[in-house]
Design a protein around this ligand. Structure first.
Ligand code: NI
Length: 178
């Protein structure tokens, strides 16, 4: 049985905690990853970190495929190397309605574990790289809006309220939610 989990939303303090490394690779961990994927798909997200669903462990799930059929799971992910810089336009399932530009590394080399505990290395760039960086931030209690000044955030909030009033039909969706 898979369950859709509740996603914590800003300014919930639980989103600010640092998550601990996974030590036990059991069926419970597998079940949580499954439930997180279901939750991510149902919320139209492309990435989700365990602390967003109130589990303080270093586990993230991602699917950046168009068809939504290439789930990826990273346990205890760590960035080993990074290069370049890229501006990404981000939204987050835990920060509804806000979308803003954030500077990220263009490409990263990561080390992580699979659900069975096996270690793997990957060199990634593009959207996957951005997504992994965004999710690792969640594991460290960091949100993408932390990179933006308070003044700019206030401006964004006002703009969103205005847009909502003007449209009054459909919410303006960010490019992607991670
Ligand atoms: Ni997020």
């Amino acid at each position: 049985m898979n369950t859709k989990l509740e996603i914590l939303e800003f300014p919930d303090k639980r989103l600010r905690k640092t998550s601990v490394p996974v030590k036990t690779f059991n069926s419970e961990l597998k079940q949580l990853a499954e439930d997180m994927l279901i939750t991510m798909y149902q919320s139209m997200g492309i990435g989700l970190a365990a602390p967003q669903v109130n589990h303080r462990i270093r586990l993230i799930v991602i699917d950046i495929s168009e068809e939504r059929n290439e789930p990826m799971v990273f346990v205890n992910p760590e960035i080993e190397n990074s290069s370049g810089e890229v501006e990404s336009s981000e939204g987050c399932l835990s920060v509804p309605d806000i979308k803003t530009e954030v500077n990220r590394f263009e490409s990263i080399e990561i080390r992580a574990k699979k659900l069975d505990g096996e270690e793997f290395h990957m060199k990634i760039d593009g959207l996957l790289s951005i997504c992994v960086q965004h999710e690792i931030d969640h594991l460290d209690g960091k949100l993408f809006i932390d990179y933006v000044s308070e003044i700019k955030l206030e401006r964004l909030r006002k703009k969103i309220i205005k847009e909502k009033k003007a449209l009054n039909t459909e919410k303006k969706k960010p490019d992607y939610l991670i």
